[in-house]
Ligand binder design. Structure first.
Ligand SMILES: [Zn+2]
Ligand SMILES: [Zn+2]
Length: 292
């Protein structure tokens, strides 16, 4: 089968390789979304890696599924404290070789109901991450979403459904217009919480947070970020991080997905992987998915 495999320099190349063997169900991949965390790993992950974890596929019974690529043990101290993504078991991948391939083996498949549109299954994992992180935001109040890319658009809708007044910030007018179309305001008023999905706006978020507010870090910085500890100290802010999802949020995401306005997806074949990465990096595409 064809798969996009990282070479010795960590760069992607399309190669032929044997079908995956081992435990789990054989999944024929219909589409796999490109995640910011995949792009982060290019040039860094070990040779032979196949990236991709936002999967929609079909299993032998012809049922459409998505897969949970990592699962926590659910019983350790960190899991019970709600830090499932730091659980030791979470490090183990539940799919082989990865989503950017024609087929994969997955031990944790989740059926997709008909209400989830064709290829919309690639949104389950990103939405599950948002739903899990949203629990870190105290109830009520105005919440600023910094960065209105695809993830920012999911955030805007999830926060509104949770009863927050949502404000958006983005350096791009076009992205901001997309956020407004989803009901987010764009005024510079103070906020009780801020979700950082892009690190360009960290300073603004810290400045706009009201005393006692919450700063939620939801994206890995692509470079060292100077943070004003003075603002955190003087305004007694809470800084929390959230990364990845856990099983209950996958289930919740499958249920919620059909009622959301999903960002546009540029769909490309695996042969055009490099082009898709470039579209994502340049910001020309909000979301890219590959169809084998
Ligand atoms: Zn992802
Ligand atoms: Zn655990």
């Amino acid at each position: 089968m064809r798969a996009v495999v990282l070479d010795v320099d960590g760069l992607p190349e399309l190669v032929e390789q044997p079908d995956p063997s081992g435990p789990g169900e054989l999944v024929r991949v219909l589409a796999c979304g490109l995640c910011g965390s995949d792009v982060e790993k290019l040039g860094r992950a070990p040779v032979g890696t196949v990236l991709g974890h936002e999967v929609e596929g079909v299993i032998e019974s012809e049922a459409r599924v998505t897969v949970m690529h990592r699962v926590p043990c659910g019983a350790c101290e960190r899991c019970r404290a709600g830090h499932e993504s730091t659980c030791d078991a979470f490090g183990e991948l539940q799919l082989r070789p990865g989503g950017f391939a024609e087929r994969l083996r997955a031990t944790q498949c989740l059926p997709l109901p008909d209400s989830v549109g064709e290829l919309d299954g690639v949104w389950v994992e990103p939405l599950a991450c948002v739903l899990r992180a949203a629990e870190q935001i105290p109830a009520g109040g105005r919440v600023l979403v910094v960065g209105c890319g695809a993830i920012g658009r999911l955030w805007i809708q999830v926060l509104a459904l949770r009863g927050h007044e949502v404000v958006a910030a983005d350096l791009s007018d076009e992205r901001l217009a997309g956020a407004r179309a989803l009901g987010a305001a764009a005024d510079p008023a103070p906020v009780s919480a801020a979700v950082v999905t892009a690190h360009g706006g960290l300073g603004e978020a810290l400045q706009r947070l009201e005393p006692g507010g919450t700063l939620l870090v939801f994206a890995a910085p692509d470079a060292p970020v100077p943070v004003s500890l003075d603002a955190i100290y003087r305004k007694e802010l809470a800084v929390v991080g959230s990364r990845s999802a856990a099983p209950i949020y996958f289930h919740a995401a499958v249920e919620l997905l059909p009622s959301l306005v999903l960002p546009p997806v540029v769909t490309l074949p695996l042969e055009r992987f490099a082009e898709g990465v470039e579209l994502y990096r340049s910001g020309k595409a909000l979301k890219v998915a590959f169809t084998p």
